[in-house]
Structure formats: C-alpha cells, structure tokens
Design a protein around this ligand. Structure first.
Ligand SMILES: Nc1ncnc2c1ncn2[C@@H]1O[C@H](COP(=O)(O)OP(=O)(O)OP(=O)(O)O)[C@@H](O)[C@H]1O
Length: 756
C-alpha cells in the first residue's frame, strides 16, 4: 500500500534528520581534505619507502574525498521502520554510503549492506520485519516530500496520509538529459534480487526493452565491489558496452554510487592500444565472429614457422654453412613442444639452430686447420649469431611478429588467408580481403587478441619485455606491502594519530592495490585477469568476442545482460544457450526482468506487435505506465520525407518540452537527415546520446542501442529492416527508445503491427 504524507511534523522531523546527515558529510569532507593537505604538505623528501607510503595515503584520502563529494545529490533516500527495537532505535536510514557519528553511532546505512536489503525487498505479504518503508524525496539538501509504503496495516489507522505520486513514477517521467542516472532510491524487488546475486558463476539477465538491464548491471557492479571489495579492488571489474556513445551515456552512474575503480570499455576498445571502428561489412563481421576463426589465427601463426624449400647456404665469417630443412624441422618441433607463444618459442628455435650451425662451423674449421685443434665454442656461437646471413635465414623460418602484422597480412595477402582458412569459400575469403593499413574494426579486435595470445610478447626473443613487466608488478606489490607494514610509522611522522581511524586503516588495506591503480593497470594490460566482468547489450557479441572476454576472466564470474530480440549485429547470438554453450556449457543461471520502466504502454505494445508480426519471439515486458500519446505514423508520398521531417520537428521539439529528441535514421539516410535537422537547429544537434547543450540527436539504430530519449522520430522503418538483412531487431530497438512519444515517418511500406 503506497501512501504519501504531507504531514508537516513528519516532514519537519525528516528535514531535521537529513540536515544532520549533510552536516556530518561536510565534517567528514573537511576532515579528509585536511588530512590530504597534511600528507601532501610533508613533501617528497625521505626514503623511497616514505614517498610511496605518502602517495598511498594521499590516494586513500583522495579516493575517500572523491567518494564523499560524489554522494552529494540524494545522499539519503529511504527510511525503514522495523518491528524489532534495535539498540539504535527501530528506524534505519538508507543512503548512498554508510555514515556514522563521531562516536561510531550509526546514522545511515549503505544501500548495499545486507540490512538495507529489506528496503527493496519487503512487501505487505513478506514484510521481513518492516512496518513502514519511507521514501525521502530531496531537492538539493532539502526534503521536499515523503512517501510511505505502509506494510503493517496497524499503522494505517494513524491517519494523516494522502495519496501522492510515487517516487518511481516521478523518476520515470522526468526529462532525459542524455546521461543515465542511478536508480538507487527506487530499485524494484525483482531487480534487487538480481543485483544481490552471489559473485561466483555466470549470471545471464534476459529482459525486454527498458526493463532496467543496464541499470541493474551497473548497480550490481557497485554492489559486488562493496561486498567483495578486497578481492575485486585488486583484480578489478570490467564493464563492457556496445559503443563509445553508450559508454558516455552510462559513465556517471558508478561514480554517483561512489565507485570509480571499474574499467569501462566498448567492444572496439577491448585490446589496449587499438581503437577500432565498427565493421562496415555485415558479411565480414559475420565471418570474423565465427568461433573457427580461432583456428584460422592459430594456423596463420603456425604458417609463419616455415621450413626452407631446400638446403640454404649461409656464410659465417667467410665459411659457407648449410641450413637443412631437416634440421629446421627438428628445431621447429622442439620449439613448438615448449608450448610457448610464437615469439617466446622462437628463442628455443634460434638457440637450437645456432647450436647446429656452430657444430657445422666447428667441424669445418677443425677440418681446415687439421684435427686436434679445437675451437672455443662460445666464440663460434657468437660468430654464427652475428652473421647477417644467418639472421636473415632464421627470420625467414621463424619471424618475430606483432599481432597487428599477422592479422594485417592475413587479410591483405590472399595466399596467407587461403593457407590459414581452407574452410572458407573463395567468396568468403574475398569478403575478408582488404588493403594493408586499413582501420581496425570491432570484429578484428578478438582476432588481434587471439593472435597476441598465440604470439606472446613481441620483444620476447630475449624475454625482456615480459621480465620487465613482471619485475614492475613485483615492485608494485612489494611497495604496497611495505606501505602497509609501516602504517604506524607514517601516522607518527605526519602527526595524524587519532585522525585515521581503524576503518580508514582497513580501507587503506583494501585500497592500496587500487592506489597502484589496479583499474589503470588492468586497462592497459591485455593479459589482466579480472575478478568480474559485466557485459551489457550482450546479445550483440559474436562467439569470438565472447572468447576474448572469457579469457579476461579465468574465474568465469560474469554478469551478462541483454535482450535476444534486440540482436542486430551480424554475428549476434540467437539464444543465450547458444551464446554460452562453447564456454560454460549449461553452467549459467538465467534470470528474467519483466517490467518495462522506460516505454509507455502504447509504444511498447506497438513495438511488440511489430516484432511479433515479423516472427520475432519477444519477451514483451509489461509497461509500468500509460503514456499521453499513441504512436503517430505519417505515410508519405515518395520524395517528401525530409520535407515532412522539417515540418513536424518543431512540434515534436515543443512536445519534448526541454527533454531530448532523437531522429533515428537508416544509415543510408543519415547524412541528409542530419543536414535537414541542422538546417533547423544548428549547434543544438548532436549525435550519440547528445552533448551538453545538444538536445536534438540524429543517429542510427546501432548508435541508439541502450540509450533513451523523450521523443523519438523513426525515419523509413522498412529501410532500417533492409539494412539489417531483413531482420527487425534494429527497428525494435529504435521504437523502444522513447520515454514519451514516438513518431514514424515512412515513404515505403510501414511494417505490419506498428499501427494497431
Ligand atoms: N527501479 C527503477 N527506478 C527508476 N527508474 C528505473 C528503474 N528501473 C529502470 N529504470 C529506468 O528505466 C529506463 C530503462 O532502463 P535501462 O536502460 O536500464 O533498461 P534496459 O533494459 O537496459 O533497456 P534496453 O534493453 O531497451 O536498452 C532507464 O531510464 C532507467 O533509469
């Protein structure tokens, strides 16, 4: 039973309490700022150890200060009144972080703490000891309204309540800003259950459009970091989304939940140092996404370990030697038997070959100088090694390679691809052909990653780069441990006794790894093993992209959210079973979200009807609210679409009333549609999720994936379908981006179902 109260005394009481919470927040901020200034003020003198300790402290205070600053908005949003009288009373305040007073008395509970679970879970049927759940609605630092869910009917007789707009509805109907906000104050029970699922294993969350999958994924990342801070802070959490504009759309949510240590990457950025563009050819994307491309890459690597056609003559210090295919094969087999990556196994190959040639050289020298005159072997090996002939010959057999070079050659040299990919038809191989130095695409990234895995470090003939990396990692860890051991000394040195409490010390213990920027290191290190990976819009991933991500998390701890019906990329999954099977078999848990929080009923139903008419199996979620408008469809004579767009746009912008308007166009129309809209609105027009002052966006369905807008205009739906090889996934996505209003402009046929 939901009630809102405007009873003045209750409101006054909450205002008073919330003002106290903000005072405490201010005090903590001032305290941390002072500690930070003091630590910085100690200067960079002293031993390395002191400097690293000071840096560790500074990072700890910076992190805490950043967290305290991030929670300003809607610091507190709930109160639970309980049956049980606890030592600190029978009310609990729920907020973004935990707060205690100077005497460690509890003022507010972190929403992720187990005791806060009932705020999201309790119902009238299963009260979980909750008598009343109160939502506090804040504007800046002031409580402007309170709204009660009374779960214990005995309380109802207290009277004085009146119906009001729910906190949830208020959140759902608010204007969009182009940036996602957190939902921490209104997480619904089915979402909360998923957010709090234990860390281990693969959790797949299927949900139709607008069911809060992205929101749930982000809150789950924050929850897991809170619950498993020690483990996840050092190993890190990776969050993967479909595009750069999507990453921009969600980037503020985790910081607003006080979490900054998550590595976020779009599919084009999963390989450090590579900034990939979308794959233009759907057919190329489909082929490159196939799992057997892993074998193709493996064969391409093996093919770079070559045998000479026949004996090859090499000259060392004026003496002619022979490189025999037989000897090369023996060395190659031994090098392969090390099971090391290509560049690292090369060292074994080279060593054996140098020995073999040195033997020959020794024999020849001894022959020419008469028996019994032995020659110093170490000189011989050096002579062989420094011979240009030998270097060229050995490189031809086993060239050190970068992943970029291997994959570039694979697609630029038809004979390389033919040898590595006999299973592809000639037509398929032609699709993959491209000129050297082409831009890397999203579909190349997993191939580059596969190649990197099989090639190993480029500078590995000496193993130097790897050794350096390992040494740096060891130094980092040693530094962190040292800093911890000397915490007491540091406290004395900086005069911080008493200001750093046990909690801070514990936090430092946990965060020292982060102070060595686990997230930054992880983002730059292709071989980093994450503690958990969250994948959004996961239906789009190709098998090869999954393979890459599985490699990044050997523990196979994943949160995977998506909607199979929205799949539109060429190599996307047709079911979660099919997507997961190659990697975890049936060992994943499938959860479903069933309520659409974004799209009003009329639009949600139109989109579902259209999808079903096209034969798509959609889990059509129940929309949580009615909209003001039914979808509008303009059927237009040929050649008039853009003129009509220019005509109706001002009306739609007016109806958006300061909110966001998106024009979603087929790729082939994008340029002219943008020109038409820019002609009207100039610099107000943006792309992706829009910029600061860009409240009108012209974009493709692919770019709009995961985003939302108050008003959506879909141009030429039939063409959107054609561009996606006749599938309606993109159109379904486009229609379900609207939070208020949808208008469809069509010169061609209007797909069945859009109109009731
Ligand atoms: N419990 C909630 N309280 C308030 N708002 C919510 C809640 N759940 C979801 N929303 C809002 O609903 C909208 C849709 O959520 P979200 O983008 O996470 O859905 P989605 O399932 O990822 O959608 P899609 O698959 O269509 O991209 C967002 O504006 C989100 O903030």
């Amino acid at each position: 039973m939901q009630e809102a109260t405007s009873v003045q005394p209750e409101l006054e009481l909450e205002r008073h309490y919330v003002a106290g919470l903000y005072r405490r927040l201010d005090a903590l901020r001032a305290e941390k700022a002072a500690q930070l200034a003091r630590v910085r003020g100690t200067g960079a003198v002293g031993s390395m150890q002191n400097v690293s300790e000071r840096d560790a402290f500074a990072t700890m205070y910076e992190d805490r200060l950043a967290q305290l600053n991030a929670v300003e908005e809607r610091l507190v949003f709930g109160r639970l009144d309980l049956d049980e009288e606890a030592p600190d009373g029978n009310s609990r305040y729920i907020g973004r972080i935990g707060l205690t007073d100077e005497d460690q008395g509890r003022l507010m509970i972190d929403w992720r703490a187990p005791e806060a679970g009932a705020f999201y879970q309790a119902t009238a049927l299963q009260r979980q000891g909750v008598r009343r759940r109160r939502h506090l609605i804040l504007k800046n630092r002031d409580v402007i309204a309170i709204e009660d869910d009374v779960l214990d009917t005995a309380l109802l007789s207290e009277g004085g309540h009146q119906q009001g707009e729910g906190a949830l509805l208020a959140a759902l109907t608010s204007k969009r800003t182009g940036r996602m906000t957190d939902i921490v104050s209104t997480i619904q029970a089915e979402q909360d259950r998923i957010i709090r699922t234990p860390l281990a294993g693969v959790l797949v969350v299927q949900g139709g459009p607008g069911t809060g999958k992205t929101a749930v994924a982000l809150h789950r990342a924050a929850y897991l970091l809170y619950q498993h801070r020690e483990r996840l802070k050092s190993a890190g959490v990776l969050l993967v989304g479909p595009s750069a504009s999507f990453m921009r759309y969600i980037e503020r949510v985790l910081p607003s939940l006080g979490e900054t240590g998550v590595v976020m990457a779009s599919l084009g950025r999963l390989m450090p140092g590579i900034r990939a563009v979308p794959e233009a050819s759907r057919e190329a994307a489909r082929i490159k996404g196939r799992l057997d491309m892993a074998e193709v890459v493996a064969r391409a690597v093996a093919n770079r370990q070559r045998l000479p056609q026949g004996p090859r003559r090499v000259v060392v210090e004026g003496t002619a030697l022979e490189l025999h295919p037989r000897a090369v094969r023996r060395a190659r087999d031994k090098a392969r038997a090390t099971h090391k990556p290509h560049n690292e196994a090369r060292a074994t190959f080279v060593k054996i070959m140098l020995r073999e040639l040195a033997d020959q050289l020794q024999e020849k020298l001894e022959e020419s100088s008469g028996t019994g005159n032995s020659v110093d072997r170490s000189y011989l090996i050096e002579d062989v090694r420094s011979s240009r002939d030998v270097r060229i010959a050995l490189n031809l057999c086993w060239m050190p390679l970068t992943p970029e070079k291997l994959i570039e050659d694979l697609f630029a040299k038809p004979e390389h691809l033919a040898a590595a990919a006999p299973q592809l038809s000639e037509a398929e191989r032609r699709v993959l052909h491209r000129v050297p130095s082409s831009a890397w695409t999203e579909a190349d990234v997993p191939l580059l990653d596969e190649a990197a895995e099989l090639l190993g470090t480029f500078d590995a003939s000496s193993g130097r780069a790897q050794a350096q990396q390992e040494a740096q990692r060891q130094r980092d860890i040693a530094n962190a441990e040292q800093a911890l051991r000397n915490v007491d000394a540091m406290l004395r040195e900086t005069g911080n006794d008493g200001l750093v409490d046990a909690e801070d010390l514990a936090a430092m213990n946990e965060e020292t790894e982060a102070s060595l920027t686990a997230a930054e290191r992880a983002a730059q290190d292709r071989t980093w093993a994450y503690g958990h990976i969250v994948v959004d819009e996961a239906q789009e991933l190709s098998p090869m992209q999954w393979r890459l991500l599985m490699r990044r998390c050997p523990l196979k701890s994943f949160t995977v959210v998506g909607d199979i019906a929205q799949a539109s990329s060429a190599a996307s999954a047709t079911s979660w079973d099919a997507a997961m099977e190659p990697f975890v078999g049936k060992r994943f848990t499938l959860e479903e979200l069933t309520v659409n929080y974004r799209t009003p009923t009329q639009i949600a139903e139109a989109a579902a009807r259209m999808a079903q008419a096209a034969g798509l199996v959609v889990s059509a979620p129940k929309a949580v609210r009615e909209g003001e408008w039914a979808p509008v469809v303009d059927r237009l004579p040929a050649g008039t679409l853009l003129a009509r767009l220019v005509e109706v746009l001002p009306e739609e912008v007016g109806l958006a009333d300061g909110g966001l308007v998106a024009v979603i166009a087929p790729a082939a129309m994008l340029r002219e549609a943008r020109a038409a809209v820019v002609g009207l609105y100039g610099a107000r027009v943006g792309s992706g999720s829009g910029g600061l002052d860009q409240d009108i966006v012209v974009t493709t369905a692919k770019e709009a994936k995961g985003l939302e807008f108050d008003v959506v205009l879909v141009l030429e739906p039939e063409q959107l379908v054609q561009e996606a090889d006749g599938t309606v996934g993109d159109l379904y996505v486009a229609m379900t981006r609207a939070t208020q209003r949808l208008r469809v402009l069509a010169e061609g046929t209007v797909p069945a179902g859009i109109e009731a």
